[in-house]
Design a protein around this ligand. Structure first.
Ligand code: 7TS
Length: 415
């Protein structure tokens, strides 16, 4: 990304749209650096959802009355808007709303995996998978007899692509990989991985939970068969996630949640399924959340995804450099650059990550400490936990300075 051509963000103006950032704890202003877990929500998203409840709240798909028609149009068109945002030219048929990324992984695990996999088949993951995909495929593997294999992560926190080429064979049925690691920050070469998978006639699922919020994503340029992300990590509401799937593949899959709205004809003996994407959206869906997700996409696109990516890269580089200057801080993942997203995980020697997070909290600095739902990766790193600072459009270098000051404080306390 060439930063010279990009006007940087007006972070001051952006912050005004997030009143939560004005909160203070014991006289110190909140420094929110837990964005990889959940981002904050701008007024425009809260307003869109509140307008929905105040003005056109009703159930969708089945109503004749005005409110239901308005709600249905908003809900159904939200799928088109998401399709456009991630470059899915098939439109709404390729966009299934789920609860979150985790549910999108499970949907494919149950609907595709349980029906398509068997003994002799292999699912190839990476060592940096989030539990959302790791546990899903591990369990689907146990139920079907398929083997699960893991592409190695190198010392410098990248995928070992030679190992990927070795592991992905004619026995591979599915390759599932994170686009951006929520622990290492690595931006993986997902198009290359998808190509390797397709050369072996395997499908590819890309977990974009940490990518879609922060960078332009074009699912067709990546050529992913499935791609998933969550609303709450991209300035949108909780309770809604997205599963993109190529139309012909979704068409061939069985639903895994049954009930209202996902059927066309039901008798006491048999049922037939509704068209895409409704076949995968059983019951009353997340209507207000879909409205909120559209407002979040509008908000992000108005800022510009390239500019968000450049800001994230700048924040990550600054944080990395400040932390790297501390001799007793160990940082995980690649050095700053275009293949590192906007987060930095680290440990301070002799202070447990939880203690560090707790001291940070005393200074109103919100970071995450733990295994970030990547326990096997932490095992490989040889630590039980790490501290993680993750950035979004409203973060500043001054906030990162406060993080570093709090590290000094922790060091003194534990010395
Ligand atoms: N995949 C990745 C790469 C993630 O970072 C997360 C959430 C998920 C999947 C699951 O998303 P969900 O919306 O279904 O929960 N990651 C984190 C995290 O790093 N800290 O809290 C949640």
């Amino acid at each position: 990304m060439s930063q010279q051509n990009l006007e940087s963000l007006d972070v001051g103006a952006i912050r005004e749209e997030f009143p939560i950032l004005q909160r203070e704890f014991s006289g110190e202003q909140l420094v929110y650096l837990d964005n990889a877990a959940t981002t904050q929500t701008p007024d425009s998203v809260v307003d869109a959802m509140s307008d929905y409840y105040r003005e056109y709240n009703a159930n969708v798909h089945r109503g004749i009355h005005h409110l239901s028609q308005e709600a249905s149009i908003a809900y159904e068109e939200a799928h088109d808007r998401v399709a456009e945002f991630i470059g899915a030219s098939g439109g709404r048929e390729e966009i299934v709303f789920t609860k979150n990324t985790t549910e999108a992984e499970n949907l494919v695990g149950y609907s595709w995996g349980l029906n398509e996999l068997g003994p002799g088949d292999e699912v190839v993951l990476t060592e940096m998978e989030h539990h959302a995909s790791l546990v899903t495929w591990q369990q689907i593997g146990k139920r079907t007899g398929a083997d699960v294999k893991y592409i190695r992560v190198t010392e410098d926190g990248r995928l070992d692509m030679d190992h990927a080429r070795e592991l992905i064979t004619d026995d591979t049925a599915m390759v599932s990989a994170v686009h951006v690691s929520n622990t290492l920050g690595t931006v993986n070469p997902v198009s290359e991985l998808v190509d390797i998978a397709h050369d072996r006639d395997a499908l590819a699922f890309i977990d974009g939970a940490q990518a879609v919020p922060n960078r332009p994503v074009d699912v067709e340029a990546i050529d992913a068969d499935f791609y998933a992300f969550s609303g709450h990590k991209m300035a949108g509401p909780t309770g809604i996630g997205v599963l993109y799937g190529k139309e012909e593949i979704l068409e061939s899959m069985q639903p895994y949640l049954y009930g209202g709205d996902m059927i066309t004809k039901v008798t006491f003996e048999e049922s037939t399924w509704n068209e895409l994407p409704w076949k995968f959206e059983a019951g009353t869906p997340q209507i207000a959340e879909a409205v909120g997700l559209v407002a979040a996409i509008d908000y992000l696109e108005e800022i510009g995804m390239e500019r968000i990516e450049a800001h994230e890269e700048e924040m990550a580089r600054y944080a990395y450099e400040q932390l790297d200057a501390e001799p007793d801080v160990e940082i995980y993942g690649p050095e700053p650059g275009s293949d590192r997203g906007g987060l930095v995980s680290f440990n301070l020697e002799s202070v447990h990550a939880h203690d560090l997070a707790s001291i940070m909290n005393d200074h109103a600095v919100a970071i995450r400490a733990g295994d970030h739902c990547t326990q096997p990766l932490h095992d490989k790193l040889g630590v039980a936990a790490s501290a993680r600072a993750s950035f979004y459009v409203y973060n500043t270098k001054e906030e990162i300075d406060k993080l570093v000051d709090a590290i000094d404080d922790a060091r003194q306390l534990f010395a």
